[in-house]
Design a protein. Structure first.
Length: 184
């Protein structure tokens, strides 16, 4: 048995975890089942010690409109430790931010989908996923849901995508269109 070296009876000590998780004062992070983008921003700043994506609140609104259930950023049971959960869709897949342990300064957090048997990259950043959601909504011909998504994206949505641009491009494959748009 080592004492003082970080291991007692072969198990790591909990002191390596941020004090924020265990405090009882006003600095305590509160995450509920009805978590908001404010909870996620606080979690990213205080626990993940990273810069939150600038347009995270718009993405969270859009995920909710799409029918996903917003998750608490602390609901990490069963997930790999480097993801910050955002929402769960109807099939059980979780949309999350990927926080690299040693990310270079200024690197944005990619958006991933965590499924039962792996992690898939959805977008290099939050803005790219917002763009993808808007294009998909435009191609689905569901004007009510599409209008809500465009409204939730705010001014950013207008900068990223104009309704009808996919049809005007005459590209038949959505993924090819998105790839060409991201290269520009």
């Amino acid at each position: 048995m080592k004492i003082g070296g970080g291991v007692v009876y072969g198990a790591p000590r909990a002191t390596a975890l941020p004090k924020l998780l265990f405090s009882h004062g006003s600095n305590r992070l509160r995450c509920s089942a009805s978590s908001s983008s404010t909870d996620h921003v606080s979690f990213i700043k205080d626990v993940a010690t990273s810069k939150p994506p600038q347009n995270l609140s718009q993405l969270m609104k859009m995920l909710k409109i799409r029918g996903d259930t917003i998750m608490s950023p602390g609901a990490k049971q069963g997930l790999i430790p480097i993801v910050i959960p955002l929402a769960r869709n109807n099939s059980g897949a979780i949309t999350a931010l990927l926080r690299w342990p040693t990310a270079p300064p200024g690197m944005e957090m990619p958006v991933v989908e965590v499924r039962k048997h792996g992690v898939w990259l959805l977008a290099k950043n939050v803005d790219q996923l917002i763009h993808r959601i808007l294009v998909e909504a435009d191609t689905e011909n569901s004007s009510e849901n599409s209008d809500e998504l465009f409204h939730a994206s705010g001014d950013l949505g207008e900068k990223l995508y104009t309704k009808g641009d996919f049809a005007k491009s005459q590209i038949s494959n959505l993924d090819v269109y998105l790839l060409k748009q991201s290269v520009k």
